[in-house]
Design a protein around this ligand. Structure first.
Ligand SMILES: [Mg+2]
Length: 421
């Protein structure tokens, strides 16, 4: 089998972009992958085009060799654009290999360690209405919930969201709403917060001091993470577990965070770190330090599917990120059982999103008996996701038209848009 084409598709789905790569072969088997550097879709497309010269004509089954070829055939190693593009290529190669051998990808990774994949939920921003949303999701079985701090709304300033982010106001607001959620839901829920890199070391320490009574399960990326020494300083100031790594662009980037004990969960992103191949190496490194994986997963259904395969085959796995507001844009044919159920989860320690290890290429015949959220067969997601042609994408029976004039969501000038496939 030989690779015949490597094609990029930057496309807007719902309210954000997705960057999809499709690899074709001379035997009619194709695979799809997703790159995760949101807002840099044209850069990833350029890199995929550049890397394709080392891929076309090669055996797609030599996944590790092709990974190393793409990563190492330049004197200047690494970089976010390179590994985001390489992530999409790697996932597509695993997809092809699964189809070629007729087995789910997780079987190729060593087989399933579990038949239910634990996830955490993202009920929303810490603002009016969040307590009811958290309670509703808790009642549906989401026992681990992560929230996003915002600045408090000012009724006298309706345009407040346009203003400069004020960390101390956001901290005050977060402490208030997290306290309300803890009071309403009790001690049964595990609470977490993602500050999206917006705080300084002092501000983070201040937040942790004030959050002591809330018993946070983890604090996600309160500060930027270019410098692990800043987090080492923070570590000496707080005992709150940290979750770091969603934007790390190679397995090497995780080395100090894992080996020096700075992070407590590894937030690997299969669509940024270098694909499934690279994410497996991070998991192996973390396992030696009793650190569990908690994959970043805010992208499209291909990343979700790849993360599920990765999670099923990874022993040191904590939770997969699940964002219901993003998943609602995924097609019902791909996520047939995602509607919330009032039935109690059958495995309340390991839920709510599951994927059966026995599923190969056929969709489930009936809704999940677990009564919880269920994903369609991962094999099907990776196998039959994209049918391209004439600028039209067919996704599980639903047609998404590639919006030629608005295919990128981040205000990139029209003149920079790629020619649609
Ligand atoms: Mg995050």
């Amino acid at each position: 089998m030989k690779i015949t084409a490597v094609t990029s598709y930057p496309v807007k789905v719902g309210f954000r972009n997705q960057f999809i790569v499709k690899i074709d072969t001379d035997e009619g088997i194709s695979g799809v992958g997703e790159g995760g550097m949101s807002g840099r879709e044209l850069g990833m497309a350029g890199m995929v085009d550049h890397l394709s010269r080392w891929l076309i004509g090669e055996d797609p089954g030599q996944i590790e060799h092709l990974w190393q070829t793409c990563y190492r055939t330049s004197y200047f190693e690494g970089g976010n654009i390179l590994t985001a593009a390489l992530s999409a290529i790697d996932i597509a190669l695993w997809d092809i290999q699964g189809k070629r051998l007729g087995v789910p990808v997780y079987e190729l990774l060593g087989g399933a360690c579990r038949d239910v994949l634990p996830c955490f939920a993202t009920p929303g921003a810490l603002e009016e209405g969040i307590v009811a949303q958290a309670q509703s999701m808790y009642d549906d079985g989401w026992k681990v919930q992560r929230f996003l701090p915002v600045m408090p709304a000012d009724p006298n300033e309706p345009d407040r969201p346009e203003e400069v982010y004020e960390p101390l106001e956001a901290i005050d607001n977060a402490i208030h709403w997290l306290g309300e959620i803890r009071s309403a839901l009790g001690d049964g829920v595990k609470l977490a917060v993602d500050f999206h890199h917006r705080l300084s070391t002092v501000e983070t320490a201040h937040f942790c001091q004030r959050a002591a009574d809330l018993h946070l399960y983890f604090l996600e990326e309160p500060m930027r993470s270019e410098n692990p020494r800043a987090y080492q300083q923070l570590r000496e100031m707080t005992g709150v577990p940290l979750a770091i790594g969603e934007e790390f662009a190679s397995p090497f980037a995780f080395v100090p965070w894992i080996e020096d004990g700075i992070t407590n969960f590894a937030r690997v992103d299969v669509s940024n770190v270098g694909g499934i191949s690279a994410a497996r190496k991070v998991a192996a490194m973390a396992e030696m330090h009793y650190i569990d994986m908690m994959p970043h997963n805010p992208l499209g259904p291909i990343t979700t599917a790849a993360s599920i395969h990765y999670g099923l085959a990874t022993s040191n796995f904590a939770y997969l990120e699940y964002q219901h507001l993003i998943a609602r844009h995924n097609d019902d044919a791909l996520f047939p059982n995602r509607s919330r159920s009032k039935e109690p989860p059958s495995r309340n320690r390991l839920h709510p999103v599951w994927a059966s290890p026995s599923i190969t290429s056929s969709p489930p015949s009936a809704p999940s008996s677990s009564g919880t959220l269920a994903l369609a067969p991962p094999r099907r997601l990776l196998s039959e996701l994209v049918t391209d042609g004439a600028g039209i994408w067919e996704l599980g029976g639903r047609i998404w038209e590639l919006e030629r004039s608005r295919s990128l969501a981040f205000q990139i000038p029209k003149s920079q848009l790629l020619t649609p496939p």
